[in-house]
Design a protein around this ligand. Structure first.
Ligand code: UDX
Length: 437
């Protein structure tokens, strides 16, 4: 099929490449000339495992092109809109300016029979509003809402082999026609048995935010348990293992630590509560405010542990911060708990040296005041305290004996509960995890 993908960020660039990989003829559109030039040259403008490979192979076949000009997308049968919906500057609501701009600029280029597919995470009600806009301005075109559930770090796999497909479509024949177009787009996944849910616009929009709200709640739940564990001497890791064996609960997303961040979970739960307030149902989602509060408290908790480990003051102490991205296998530092901890410690007068395998460039743009090094060894050298806040493989694999030879003080805060307390203590370290004795 002839497909356009509007917005080539973490979501759109992967979606465009994956669609081309599946054999479709794809054009990726973005207003950012630098991004488009990089993608056209086969260089992803961000770190995502597996993306360079499919980007290069798809551009080489000629099935994947990039442009800043929407007119180049005019002959596409399907237009995916994958622009960002960040948190608004002054409220918790989503900022829809990029979605609105994408739709408005796309309207004059829509061919008769074209299908516009929203992928961006939007407040419930947005699709109905945009469907009305299309009906008025480009009556030959249709709209579907098809949320994505990709995780950074696994985005290529999640796009090629999604665990479910959700189509939000209009009622009646129009909606059925839209669903069958999407069936052609996703034929490979459907043939592999991927579950497909065809529903209305509002449900499709809600599926996305409900999923993220649930995941965020799960993480804050276990972090709340870790606070109780801390004052009772219990071990939240063993607790998570034990309750995780209950298939109704499940072990995944029950890792206590410095909490969730990134470009999705934090802003999505805030936008969801803001939308519920607008709908007069603020009470229904009031618990998500608590989920957010618990989550932000974890960042302060790691800072408090650091201060405590240095007997009440980090002033002029060298602190090695391991990790700046919001999670491993990503260079994304948006709303990163790790970076927040580094910045707060720096504000308290610590000589912070932060390190990360992929995130330094992005971190430096946001926080140029921090010292960075790409070498973990360099960060650890003569440190009075080590704070592990992003569980990259190389930090999980640190050897306590060897690391002891690099630092000045054997003190470590394991902000992700990924190290073995017994081994570290045996090597003479003062080890502190989150909710672990
Ligand atoms: C998330 C959703 O998982 C994905 O389905 C959606 O499409 C976009 O948002 P992503 O932002 O890539 O994906 O990250 P995810 O893997 O969900 O992790 C989110 C945050 O939660 C990270 O900061 C991670 O470190 C944290 N986390 C995750 C925990 O603190 N504990 C856990 O047990 C799991």
């Amino acid at each position: 099929m002839r497909i356009s993908v509007i917005g080539c960020g973490y979501l759109g660039a992967v979606h465009a490449s994956a669609m081309a990989e599946l054999g479709h003829d794809v054009i990726g559109i973005d207003v950012d000339e630098g991004k488009i030039a990089a993608l056209a040259a086969g260089r992803p403008p961000f770190f995502e495992p597996g993306l360079p490979e499919i980007l290069t192979s798809a551009t080489a076949t000629g099935r994947l092109r990039f442009s800043t000009d929407l007119a180049d997308a005019a002959d596409a049968e399907v237009h995916f809109v994958a622009v960002g919906t960040p948190q608004a500057a002054d409220t918790h609501a989503a900022d829809l300016r990029y979605v609105d701009a994408a739709f408005t600029s796309l309207l004059p280029h829509l061919a008769d029979g074209a299908l516009v597919v929203g992928k961006s995470t939007v407040p419930v009600g947005t699709a109905a509003r945009l469907a009305a806009l299309i009906a008025r301005e480009a009556p030959g075109a249709r709209l579907a809402w098809n949320p994505e559930f990709l995780r950074e770090g696994y985005a290529v796999k999640d796009t090629l082999e999604p665990d479910r497909l959700v189509y939000g479509v209009a009622a009646g024949e129009q909606g059925m026609a839209a669903a069958s177009v999407l069936d052609q787009v996703y034929r490979a996944a459907l043939e592999a048995g991927t579950p497909r849910i065809v529903t209305d616009y509002a449900t499709a929009e809600l599926v996305k935010v409900a999923a993220n709200a649930f995941l965020a709640t799960k993480i804050s739940f276990i972090n709340a348990m870790s606070e109780i564990a801390d004052v009772t001497g219990a071990d939240v890791t063993a607790l998570a293992d034990a309750i995780g064996h209950d298939a109704r609960i499940g072990r995944r997303f029950l890792n206590a630590g410095v909490g969730f961040g990134g470009g999705c979970l934090p802003k999505d739960i805030r936008a969801f509560t803001a939308r519920a307030d607008e709908l007069g149902r603020g009470d229904s989602l009031a618990f998500l405010k608590e989920v957010d509060t618990i989550n932000l408290r974890q960042r302060q908790r790691v800072v408090d542990l650091a201060v405590d480990a240095l007997d009440g003051s980090v002033f002029r102490k060298k602190v090695a911060v391991l990790g700046v991205t919001f999670k491993p296998e990503s260079d994304d530092v948006r709303d990163s708990p790790a970076l927040d901890v580094a910045v707060t410690l720096k504000g308290l007068g610590a000589d912070v040296v932060a390190t990360d395998p992929e995130g330094i460039e992005n971190a430096r743009l946001r926080h140029p005041q921090l010292d960075y090094t790409s070498s973990a060894r360099e960060a650890l050298r003569d440190a009075d305290l080590v704070v592990l806040v992003t569980e990259w493989r190389e930090y999980r694999a640190l050897d306590p004996e060897h690391t002891a030879g690099l630092v000045r003080g054997r003190r470590i805060i394991d902000g992700r509960n990924v190290l073995d307390p017994v081994a570290w203590r045996a090597a003479g370290w003062a080890y502190r995890g989150i909710g672990r004795p």
